[in-house]
Design a protein around this ligand. Structure first.
Ligand code: COA
Ligand code: AMP
Length: 640
């Protein structure tokens, strides 16, 4: 299983820079060529439709089904017996392999189940599932019908799920009876019920996969997955327009209301298929192990769609890098499933390094199949890069992207040919990405100088189409800062060789253990506490998680703080409030009561200055500050 077939699936040029130049100068040729690697019901004759700019669409007139490309096509080509999905679950002590033929059977029947519940092309389905193969089946079944899935990460609380239910208005929710975290079994059904009760929109039905670790008693419109599958009529793939939405994936913006990133079908499938050849160097019969979660974009693209579009084997890993039960699990997975390309977040490697500093556990396994380690989701610090490179003795490749982009903006294209690695940089822009760095006035900054990282429009295939049902927010959030450019929200620079250096977000988004969170969202929760007058949440550097949130609250003058233990009780309440409203994943553990927050004369809280001081930088006092004494009082607390 998963052995190399020797088939040459690489992009057919050794000169990456020429390839990139072609993608910008002649996108029609570049992307139509890439699109030909897919099966289309109606092949596109043109690549780009720019008639509705800045709402660009890829492959106008083209019709296809993404599920058919990810599943049926491989069975039709005689590879039905090849393993498509391996479920490796140290938290349940089980492993399961699903061939492409099995996957086709399950996906067609589950598509039949959804259709039986009224789901048709264009309808939404919310998926709230742990890392189990049924998550893959549910996503593909939606794609098969031309329905739009929206997967919600299991670490989000019912209120966050409710926000997404109200925005996506799904006909059906698909969930499991439970998820399994390191030290606890998490019943999902009560969370889904609570979310439905909180939401204004009520889905017609919920489908529940029963898991033996904690089965749920089902009532009313809740259907048992297995029973529903037994009588289901398999559904054939429904051809859809290339620009039809494949999914909505919510991501944190600067406010508590998440943004529903809308992904198309043909552009995304084309781009992902190219990346498997050009970047990740994985083809038919080879195995990719992406240790992420289907609730994040990395999981959508590289646990599910891209490996299956490539006819590869994907490993769905239900566990953690450490503690389930040890820091050797990634190596075990690589050895047992003969993984060629592995992909995870740097924080996972920092966790492994913390538990097993010498990497001794890696020595117990045969890692000879492993060719590349790709890391993304947050900045790859040079020390983690060095440690992983020395341990594995293979290329360790940083790649930079976002939920919005769907695939890497910058990477080292292993499939085309590796470029020299510069630690601290995710290397060069990938095809179709015209990356520039601008100053506040929209002028290009010289090489080596930091500014706002932007991408010249049009964005390549696979990048977001819009924000779900909110074109205005799409334009306001991403396209209005600089005319003709997409604002990435990241700051950084290009060096003299064009290498991209991403230094961090320029907005109120933070990255905690590779999870993208909104400090604005946490502030909204803290501010809802009756004792809090105002507050600020900033992300501060953390050796393991990259960043962690830290909250600062100013109390209302009417609050009686003389009661013994008041402050500790308030802090615990605030931490719990964020956990209850946003979810465990928010990981806000520290909240300080402070006498005041530093502000500009126009009343804006100086979060960036606070963050700089907390990170130990020699932060200058901004000239716009209203009352410098407030900042000086806070300084020692920030440095704690
Ligand atoms: N469902 C429910 N709860 C979840 C969850 C999920 N899918 N994922 C995380 N949580 C919970 C955790 O149990 C934890 O709860 P606790 O506070 O009760 O312990 C909380 O959310 C915080 O989780 P996390 O930030 O992941 O911290 P951790 O200490 O459990 O683990 C790492 C730290 C580094 C091991 C872990 O974050 C990790 O594996 N990261 C890899 C990065 C990754 O997958 N990124 C995705 C994008 S590529
Ligand atoms: P998400 O949308 O969850 O994928 O998070 C995207 C954000 O994560 C980006 O805007 C960056 O801030 C950060 N990020 C992702 N990958 C990298 C990387 N390789 N280097 C630096 N930052 C990264």
């Amino acid at each position: 299983m998963g052995e190399d077939t020797g088939q040459d699936h690489r992009a057919d040029t050794g000169d990456y820079r020429a390839l990139h130049a072609l993608s910008l100068q002649d996108p029609e040729t570049f992307w139509l060529d890439a699109a030909r690697t897919l099966d289309w019901d109606t092949p596109p004759e043109r690549a780009l439709d720019d008639t509705q700019a800045p709402f660009f669409r890829w492959f106008p007139g083209g019709r296809l089904n993404v599920c058919a490309n990810a599943v049926d096509r491989h069975v039709a080509a005689g590879r039905g017996d090849q393993v498509a999905v391996v479920h490796d679950s140290p938290v349940t002590g089980t492993q399961r392999s699903i061939t492409y033929a099995d996957l086709l059977d399950q996906v067609s029947r589950f598509a039949g189940v959804l259709r039986g519940l009224g789901v048709e092309r264009g309808d939404r389905v919310v998926i709230y599932l742990p890392m189990i193969p049924e998550a893959v089946v549910a996503m593909l079944a939606c794609a098969r019908l031309g329905a739009i899935h929206s997967v919600v990460f299991g670490g989000f609380a019912p209120r966050e799920l409710a926000l997404r239910i109200d925005d996506a208005t799904p006909k059906v929710i698909v969930t499991a009876s439970c998820g399994i975290e390191v030290s606890r079994v998490l019943p999902y059904v009560p969370m889904v019920r609570e979310a439905i009760a909180l939401a204004g929109h009520t889905p017609d039905a919920t489908v529940v996969l029963q898991r033996p670790q904690s089965p749920a008693e089902l009532t009313g419109a809740e259907h048992d997955w297995e029973q529903a599958m037994t009588g289901a009529t398999p559904a054939d793939p429904v051809p859809v327009a290339s620009s039809d939405p494949l999914y909505i994936l919510y991501t944190s913006g600067t406010t508590g209301k998440p943004k529903g990133v809308v992904r198309d079908s043909g552009g995304y499938a084309t781009a992902l298929a190219w990346t498997m050849r050009g970047i990740y160097d994985v083809g038919v019969g080879q195995t990719m192990f992406t240790a992420s979660d289907v609730g994040w974009v990395v999981g959508h693209s590289y646990c599910v769609y891209a490996p299956l579009l490539a006819g590869a084997t994907t490993v769905i890993y239900e566990g953690k890098p450490v503690g389930t039960p040890d820091a050797g699990q990634f190596w075990r997975v690589v050895a047992e499933h003969r993984v060629r390309t592995m992909f995870t977040a740097p924080t996972a490697f920092r966790a492994i390094k913390k538990d097993d500093p010498s990497g001794a556990l890696a020595g117990r396994y045969d890692l000879s199949s492993l060719r590349y380690l790709f890391l993304a989701g947050e900045r790859l610090d040079p020390e983690t890069h060095r440690w992983a490179t020395e341990l594995l003795d293979i290329p360790v490749i940083d790649n930079w992207w976002q939920t919005e982009t769907g695939w890497p903006i910058a990477a080292d294209p292993a499939g085309v040919g590796l470029l020299p690695i510069k630690p601290g940089s995710p290397t060069l822009p990938m095809p179709g990405w015209d990356i520039q760095v601008l100053d506040g006035q929209g002028g290009r900054v010289p090489a080596g100088e930091d500014g706002a990282i932007v991408a010249k429009l049009p964005l390549p295939p696979g990048a977001l189409l819009t924000v779900w049902q909110d074109d205005e927010r799409f334009v306001r959030s991403y396209l209005s800062a600089f005319d003709g450019y997409y604002l990435s929200g990241d700051g950084g620079h290009l060096d003299e060789d064009g290498y991209v250096f991403v230094m961090g977000r320029t907005d109120d988004v933070i990255n905690v253990a590779g999870h993208r969170l909104s400090t604005g969202g946490m502030e909204e929760v803290l501010a809802s506490h009756p004792d809090v007058a105002e507050c600020a949440v900033i992300g501060v550097s953390d050796a393991l998680k990259g960043q962690v949130p830290r909250g600062f609250v100013v109390l209302k003058s009417s609050v009686d703080t003389s009661e013994p233990g008041y402050e500790q009780r308030l802090q615990a309440e605030l931490v719990q409030l964020v956990r209850d409203r946003i979810g465990a994943v928010a990981a806000l553990r520290e909240v300080l009561v402070v006498p005041g927050l530093p502000k500009t004369r126009s009343g804006k809280i100086l979060r960036r200055t606070m963050r700089g001081i907390a990170d130990g930088a020699d932060e200058p006092v901004p000239s716009t500050i209203d009352d410098v004494s407030v900042l000086e009082t806070l300084r020692p607390m920030l440095r704690q």
